[in-house]
Write a new protein. Sequence first.
Lengths: 120, 240
Amino acid sequence: MGIKKGESVNLMKLAEDMGFEENEFLEILELFVKTTNSYLNVLQSALEQGDIQKVIEVAHSIKGAAGSLELTDIYNIAKGIEMSAREGHLDGLSENIRLIKERNNLVAEVLARSDQEGIL
Amino acid sequence: MSILIVEDNQVSAKILEIILQKHGYQTIVATTGKEALEFLKNTISIQLVIADIMMPEMNGLDLVRTMKESREWKEIPVIMSTSLADAQTVSEAVKLGCRHYVLKPVNAANLMPKVHEALTAEIPVIRNRYLIMSELGLDSIAYEELARSLATQISEKIQHLKQMDTSGKHVENVQSEVLDLAESSMVLGAERVKSIMERLDAKGKRDAETMRSFYPLLLVELELFHNALMCLLNPQGHKK
């Protein structure tokens, strides 16, 4: 599933499809936002240091977490970073990190809204 | 009974934990193969391992290799969780003696049948009839009469239950019928139904949410038990 700005997000439908209760899904999403933010910091440092192996590992982790939640936009961008690093190319990946950060912030916004409104 | 989750990704591990705990299992999480071995050494209640393949330090395949080489752990079933892209790795895992795998993204619908399959592979659908006869003090005629009556009851109830809406809160409407059927089946040696009921008891509650998780499994196992009874009563071929 892609989360785009201004788009109504039916996370409850996603939670149902995956067989989770609302509170369970919120718990998982919160963990996703938190861990993705910390992965992105590590990824940015690894990129600046030219540490290809680290870039592969961290991009793989982000891809795995996003894939688990069927967040396909983040999954695809992380997969692109991983593949590019596996081929030894790190150029231009900062932009991809920015895109993941942007989408992760959107997930965080949806979570914050659900806190205020009590619904997903 | 505990299930050891070996997964370095916190989100994937949390998803597995929530699904398994909801189905009455206790869980332990290790983030590397090495950590998993430590848990295996120190926790005797581990009955199943669910392991990711790509992990730092010791990957899932090395973990399976180590387990299958150990006299102590070689009988513990392992489910590898993997993505489609890892087909080659899955085949390596099978060569090592790992018989179960689940494709990512993992959800209750694709995970629980595998867990059930891995844990019940060694449990018979029905216990030996002569043991049951001896325990209940029945002769062959009385046993068959009971078995026939139960088989008819299961068949009729299952047909009825399949037509009912068991989604949402409606599961409460059928809860007592399913549980009664399970209790009666256990008396005549429905071993796999019994193992599900034991897990249900371990949860300590039978509310609608819990029942929604256990209901599909119970129904499948009751049908299998019904078929086993019919085979036993009509060895030439059974009809409902």
